[in-house]
Design a protein around this ligand. Sequence first.
Ligand SMILES: Cc1cc2nc3c(=O)[nH]c(=O)nc-3n(C[C@H](O)[C@H](O)[C@H](O)COP(=O)(O)OP(=O)(O)OC[C@H]3O[C@@H](n4cnc5c(N)ncnc54)[C@H](O)[C@@H]3O)c2cc1C
Length: 447
Amino acid sequence: MKHRDVELLAIGAGPANLALAVALEELAPAGLAADSLVIEQADTVAWQPGMLLPEAQSQVSFLKDLVTLRNPCSRFSFVNYLHSVGRLSQFINMGSLWPYRIEISDYFKWVADSLTRVRLEYARRCTSVEPLRDAEGTLTGWLTRLADGSTIRSRHLVMGIGRDAYVPEEFAGLPARRVIHSTRYIQRIAELPKAVPYRVAVIGGAQSAAEMFDAVQSDLPGCQPTMVMRSIGLKTYENSKFTNELYFPDAVDGFFDARPEAREQILKEMHITNYSGLNPATLEKLYSALYLDRLAGKGRLRVLTMHDVTSAREDSDEVVLELTDRRTGEVEELRCDLVLLGTGFVRSMPSLVRGLADALGLERVTVNRTYKLDVPGPATAGCYLQGVNEETHGIADSLLSMQAVRAWEITNDILADRAAGLAGEPAENVPMPLPPLPGTPVAVSAI
Ligand SMILES: Cc1cc2nc3c(=O)[nH]c(=O)nc-3n(C[C@H](O)[C@H](O)[C@H](O)COP(=O)(O)OP(=O)(O)OC[C@H]3O[C@@H](n4cnc5c(N)ncnc54)[C@H](O)[C@@H]3O)c2cc1C
């Protein structure tokens, strides 16, 4: 089986590691970047491909792209992408800060294709990572195993693999053909015959569930969708400009240094700004669709609020969901053919990270301020976790808002390690200054 050594291995070519690849190219082009590899399990770069719905828009400004908050002069900006593909004037004319999801995805692909030093390989799925130690017990690197049987050894490892899809245990016993999690919606729904009058249950009350409830009405034109949620009804997410400042990269320090009870309060109060709420346009569209459905006397669309799905089973040729009304405790059955899960993601660490933590003998997975996994004992190697540190780095950790500056911080940390460990490093490997605070004028020469 093939084995390779690289200095830095980044697992996953989502926006987090693409931002890192660009930071490496811009900050350490000849040294570290040239000995860095990004591996991606898919055949291409696509942003949340299961939910790349034609009309869905990003929920953050296009200026929070992979680079602008770190380096507004970067050639990898979203604006330069628009210019390169000949759509800049039209985008300006649209007058929106929020690009369509499909064009952000295309931008990420354009960035991946534009890398000149960092290598990126597709169809490389990591199955496990093991720590490597020398005879004295010093942690010296990582051995990454891939699904094709090959292995890669690296001194620095950056995991940007997103989160694992959450399938509540009530649905775990249903046959796979009956259940579609939002992360696979587009691919799976395309395989179904359009003319069949499916009875569809959409589970969840947040953005992904709402988007599937909307999309399935045209993707399976004969279907009858019922949306089932625990909450009192669909709500828009809260978007005060004041609390939105907690999505600034420089808010991370305050959160990281806060006392546990303060972190808890912030996450609790910020929950409705990112989770469990819909963007106003989706909410309006759904309400109009329900109103028109009632007006026409069709009764095709249903929304059941304050209901728990307490069990699910396949019975003959249908799925039976047992619903418990949270108001009365009454139990009823909902018979359907297909279940769409808008149930989000597992809050704990992804299974790949948990596997590595087990191999390291860690009881808890924690990272320091610069996202480096805390590993006791001597080490000349480091592992960084991107996008899974909401508990320590705040609500924005999984979002695009953080990625440009976080990539800068991780790159700096690795460069500082290398400069400390290796005498005579090339100039580009000298650590760069940390990001300036917002409001501080940035001299172009300093970037
Ligand atoms: C439907 C949806 C809409 C969203 N909209 C927004 C938005 O508008 N704005 C915003 O800021 N955030 C949004 N988010 C949050 C989203 O988490 C971030 O935008 C962003 O995708 C996180 O980037 P990431 O690189 O950390 O993870 P991901 O985007 O999940 O990328 C992880 C990558 O790693 C790859 N990978 C996983 N496991 C392996 C493995 N074992 N081996 C190799 N490769 C692997 C995956 O294939 C994937 O390409 C949205 C999320 C969803 C689900």
